[in-house]
Design a protein around this ligand. Sequence first.
Ligand code: COA
Length: 477
Amino acid sequence: MASKSKTKRAKSKAAAKKPAREVVRLKAKPRAAKTAPHNGVPRPSSKPWGRAGRALDGVRILDFTHVQSGPTCTQLLAYMGADVIKVERPGVGDITRMQLRDVKGADSLYFTMLNGSKRSITIDSKHPKGREILDRLVKECDVLVENFAPGALDRMGLTFEHIHKLNPRMIVASVKGFGPGPYEDCKVYENVAQCAGGSASTTGFRDGPPLVTGAQIGDSGTGLHLALGIVSALYQRVRTGRGQKVLCAMQDGVLNLARVKLRDQQRLKHGPLTEYSQYGEGIPFGSATPRAGNDSGGGQPGWILKCKGWESDPDAYIYFITQAPVWGAICDLIGRPEWKADPDYATPPARLPRLRQIFDTIEQWTMTKSKFEVMEICNQHDIPVGPILSMKEIAEEGSLRATGTVVEVDHPTRGPYLTVGNPIKLSDSPSDVRRSPLLGEHTDEILREVLRYSAKEIADIEASGALSAAEKKQEAA
Ligand code: COA
């Protein structure tokens, strides 16, 4: 009995002590957190905003891209701070350097506006010495980005297996026209993707042919998707230590941007699309999402209306949205206050069959004012409108210059030109928009500084023809 009660006392003593020990442990934890990183994230920087480097500092990109889709992606990564090394064919370079040239002898705007903030090295990837240099670059870089036709990278000997053997941390990112399937081997340009991704069949007017859009949703849109894939893979690599393949098919990218039209395709099974003006006009729907002209894509009906000067100015128009909460304000503005109480106009469902007539009436009002006047007046009443801005107006718009969305840079052969800066603004990572490089401008610098070749080795490489072979072939042709 005695020994039993002793044990009991000992146990209760221990129990009484336990909380004290726990308190000690609990106190110790926050002290440790002060010095150790939290979930691998270091303590918040004390540097002023914008002075802690740029988001992708330290990331090196082996940029094998050409034309538009791939270069859009790598330019964005460069704006975010990555060191982008563009590999180009000697003597020729990215084909867009020579396409749509406006200044004789100077790289085209097509090229300069897609390749800012990058470095250029010329290497003949089919020359044995060129292959050797590329292998060395693979070891020094974090990401390889390419948008060659299917199979071209493999034909250069740069298969994923080869790359990963050299550098298991390497992320290999590709744009292709189509994903795996019947069209995977096809070469694809912008408008092919717009058509195959569902955009063209749903763009344009009902009584006209399918239309492509001016915004390059196939090329630049896919480049943007690819950039997101790359930064995600870089983030995963922090945990796994290994790279991976990132693939963006242009058809998929366009479809992602046109997803509301696939939404409407499914809604068709359950009845007409009442927000399409075709519904109000009493025209039956077919089996596929129709072209909707300038109908608004969402549930708030909208249309493009003429403004003062439309007879001579092709851009004197405004997009006008009859958002339900501001319907009363719209009626007052256009001089139709009686519509607010009229059962034919007072509610959104009542207005749907009359949209054409309603927009015609609003247009009688917008035609008495410039698009900027309409914008100013409507915004005072929270009515959502958008002036149709020409590219001339955008190029001259002061606020876009002030935010760095439109940037003027100087170029040694073409002089100053405008480019689109980083449309994504990070509060701690300012974008540095620099002019595009001349063909092979940084070849020597990269061989020396990134690949650490000696002067003698560089002389041997130059003599081998790996940096100029294609040029010689072209001259001979
Ligand atoms: N040195 C030597 N050869 C080089 C080279 C270098 N530095 N860089 C590229 N090349 C070669 C490639 O090896 C390839 O040769 P190969 O076909 O003999 O193997 C060739 O140049 C490039 O081929 P390709 O990509 O087929 O160019 P293209 O001008 O015939 O086709 C596209 C252009 C855009 C249609 C095609 O690249 C494509 O479909 N890309 C994927 C989709 C895409 O991005 N499209 C949008 C473009 S904006």
